[in-house]
Design a protein around this ligand. Structure first.
Ligand code: BGC
Length: 761
């Protein structure tokens, strides 16, 4: 019987591809999926909705695992985070040789910022503001991963994040919906290419839908409750941009939204996602997102699993709530056969689109894996991407770039920490390939200058805090000497040097999942180290590792040069040397606001005015919107980043002073490179809708161009403003513009801008 069934499916696939001329791709897919569905039992359909945790398969033993038995019974739709062709092939074989219908599995992974070749963590990558570059990193990640057996990627993470206490701010593109949307689209296109069935493209999964980054108190998994006007204008755009770019799947978020967990939120998963945005792919829950709804308090496992299905969640990651309870819910009339069929159909469609029915081993090619993973070209690309993600925050007296001929004291717990270089969520990384700061500087100065090194401090004074911050074997090797001893050693070493490079900040796992912080300063003992280093009187360059905006007011006031390097991926150390020694001129710009203090959070440039705004340049004024103990200013605003050269902006020129919704206005500005070096500048366009039917942000990014300007050269940069850039969702959630006055700003960051005005008639 089994042979007959398989023969039928195979015949169907062949038949449908043979009739290519007469049928569209979708029709062919429908024929195949319909026929498979018609052969499936209820249990097999429910099995497709199951995405269990794979555990750690050892090649050659998969056959005997519990999962293997489930796969053979058709109780598994896919698996995730299994690395290597050999393992994946062995498991796929179970599905296509031992299960009744031989339906192939889909293999997912969190390829968040590169596969083996690691790129900067997403918040860092976003600081490049370079959409082609970002798309290319996704392309390289897809090529490497698909060569190694993976065909489904839990990326991009596009959650808008404005509260730096939330550790997962590291995994996204920052605080701005416009920039976030552009990056979301670039990444989806990079992963999926033009043809999902090609063996070097993979299905993207945009996450975490929705509003996961707005968790109260920056506490991971926490409640979100917000107005729909805000959702549509400020938090939804990047998810929608991913859908518009054709993303194949969507991951529901862990959090509740307005009282209903996202995983069971029908308004979110069906009304908005499918009906309003036209999403055609499948929705997967987050890891145990289904069963966690028991803790949310909306029912027992059977109830929450049924609710998830009814809401539009098609696949259950890890809980096995759907697998174990949906048949019972069907019997009790709590769900319908059609709902199960729809969910199953969407998963089968994804497998069809990936070409898995035609060849389940399409992504399992050892030769490709050997040739295409972690190539020297990819590593070189990663080095260049990393240097473009760094943000130069300060450079008093042009301390940077440094001369290679000097003696440099390299100090700090992150200076020689190979296992921390890739950053959080680096599932595919091979840690031994990462380049440390020490190695990068030593190679760059070999035969010219000298690097002297000391650790200088542990990560935290308290060993317990250090343990929390260094899980997954990413220890920094705690030094048991006292802090004073460690500092003294560092100062002694620094006394022999011309300049100090302090590599300090957060460990890689101080951001990412479940890594919220209530204090966002550089950890205590490292701050003490910095103070001691500054006291030596030697010039100090702070190389700052972090996955979130930190509160570094003291550092800004006391340290002459600060280079924020995030976590730059495999080639971090080389890229840092490239920038510190001036072989690369930094051009990164912040995509999150750096506050003065944690008490200012959430903090973002595109805020609304209150009825009592403080006014520019003031700190405090009674009965105004302000704090007693800190001004309303950030330390570094959104869009901020210095270069080794300097750019001057001329006044704005508008093509006209009025426009209608049917036409457009061009605004242009002359940008001059006043320095001695060529440099890239991100020219930023912001708009303010002065009067709206609902209140409008004081400024919103609506365009940007990254341009290379040669030393001494002036470039005229033009932006065309259409009705689209002036439109927003009003109280009735209708998208459109409203006539009236608009202010337009262009500048080097969100604070330092030139301004003009026009009228929309
Ligand atoms: C995370 C997701 C991730 C999933 C699978 C969850 O804990 O929230 O972002 O894709 O695990 O690894």
């Amino acid at each position: 019987m089994r042979k007959i069934v398989i023969a039928m499916i195979a015949a169907l696939i062949v038949a449908t591809s043979c009739t290519k001329k007469n049928t569209s791709g979708n029709q062919r897919m429908n024929v195949v999926v319909d026929s498979i569905l018609s052969l499936m039992t209820l249990e097999e359909k429910i099995g497709q909705l199951n995405l269990p945790s794979a555990g750690d398969f050892v090649t050659g033993q998969a056959e005997n695992s519990d999962i293997a038995k489930k796969i053979e019974k058709g109780m598994v739709g896919g698996l995730f985070n299994i690395k290597s062709v050999a393992k994946i092939k062995e498991i796929q074989k179970l599905a296509v040789e031992k299960s009744r219908l031989k339906i192939p599995l889909i293999f997912g992974m969190d390829i968040i910022h590169g596969y083996e070749t690691q790129f900067p963590i997403p918040i860092g990558l976003s600081c490049s503001w370079d959409m082609d570059l970002i798309k290319q990193t996704a392309r390289v990640a897809a090529t490497e991963a698909s060569a190694d057996g993976i065909n489904w990627n839990f990326s991009p993470m596009v959650d808008i994040a404005r509260d730096a206490r939330w550790g997962r701010i590291a995994e996204g593109s920052g605080e701005d919906p416009y920039l976030g949307s552009r990056i979301a689209a670039a990444m989806v296109k990079g992963y999926q290419g033009d043809d999902l069935s090609a063996n070097n493209t993979i299905m993207s999964c945009v996450k975490h839908y929705a509003l996961y980054g707005a968790a109260e108190s920056g506490l991971d998994y926490n409640t979100t409750d917000m107005s729909r006007v805000r959702m549509y204008n400020e938090y939804f755009p990047p998810y929608k941009a991913a859908v518009d770019a054709g993303v194949g799947s969507v991951m529901a978020s862990f959090n509740e939204i307005d009282g209903v967990p996202a995983t069971a939120n029908k308004w979110l998963l069906t009304d908005v996602l499918r009906t309003q945005w036209g999403f055609k792919g499948f929705v997967v829950s987050d890891y145990t997102g289904v069963s966690e709804m028991v803790n949310h308090g909306i029912g027992d496992l059977q109830t929450v699993s049924a609710k998830a299905l009814v809401a539009g969640n098609d696949m259950d990651m890890v809980s096995e709530g759907m697998l174990t309870t949906l048949a019972q819910s069907l019997k009790e009339g709590k769900i319908t056969q059609e709902q199960i069929d729809n969910a199953c159909r969407r998963i089968l469609e994804a497998k069809y689109k990936l070409g898995l029915f035609a060849d389940p081993y399409r992504y399992c090619n050892e030769e490709r894996a050997k040739k295409e993973v972690s190539t020297p070209e990819n590593q070189a690309f990663s080095r260049s991407v990393a240097s473009q993600s760094f943000v130069l925050l300060k450079n008093n007296g042009n301390l940077l770039p440094l001369k290679k001929e000097k003696t440099i004291a390299l100090i700090g717990p992150l200076a020689d920490a190979q296992n921390n270089m890739s950053g959080t969520w680096s599932v595919g990384a091979v840690t031994s390939q990462s380049i440390t700061v020490r190695k990068g500087l030593e190679e760059a100065t070999a035969g010219k200058g000298k690097i002297v090194y000391a650790k200088g401090s542990n990560l935290f004074e308290d060993a317990k805090l250090e343990e929390f911050a260094t899980p997954f074997g990413k220890t920094l090797g705690r030094d048991n000497r006292s802090s004073a001893e460690l500092r003294d050693e560092a100062i002694k070493i620094a006394s022999r040097a011309d300049v100090i490079v302090a590599a300090v900040g957060e460990s890689s796992e101080m951001t990412g999942e479940a890594s919220s912080r209530s204090d966002i300063q550089i950890p205590d003992t490292q701050r003490d180290l910095l103070k001691a280093l500054v006291k030596t009187g030697k010039p100090v360059v702070l190389v700052l590792f972090t996955g979130r905006p930190l509160a570094i007011k003291w550092e800004d006031e006391n340290i002459p040069a600060i280079l924020n390097v995030w976590f730059g991926g495999t080639e971090t150390g080389y890229a840092i040397a490239d920038v510190l020694f001036g072989d690369v001129n930094p051009s990164g710009k912040l995509t999150t606001t750096f506050p003065q203090s944690v008490g200012q959070l959430p903090m973002y440039y595109a805020h609304k005015n209150t009825g009592r705004p403080l006014g520019d340049g003031k700190w405090f004024s009674k009965f105004r919107s302000n704090y007693l103990d800190v001004s309303n200013d950030p330390v570094y605003p959104f869009g901020f980043g210095l270069s080794y050269t300097e750019f001057a902006y001329g006044d704005l020129k508008l093509s006209k002073s009025e426009m209608t919704a049917a036409d457009s206005i061009t605004v242009s500005v002359d940008v001059t490179n006043k320095g001695q070096r060529d440099g890239s500048e991100v020219v930023q366009l912001y708009i303010h809708d002065v009067v709206g039917s609902v209140t409008r942000p004081v400024k919103e990014l609506k365009g940007f161009q990254k341009v290379l300007i040669k030393a001494g050269e002036t470039k005229t940069i033009s932006f065309t403003i259409h009705n689209e850039e002036l439109s927003f969702y009003n109280y009735d959630l209708k998208f459109g513009s409203e006539p009236g006055k608009f202010e337009v700003f262009i500048g080097t960051n969100s604070r330092d801008t030139k301004k003009a005005e026009f009228e929309l008639k």
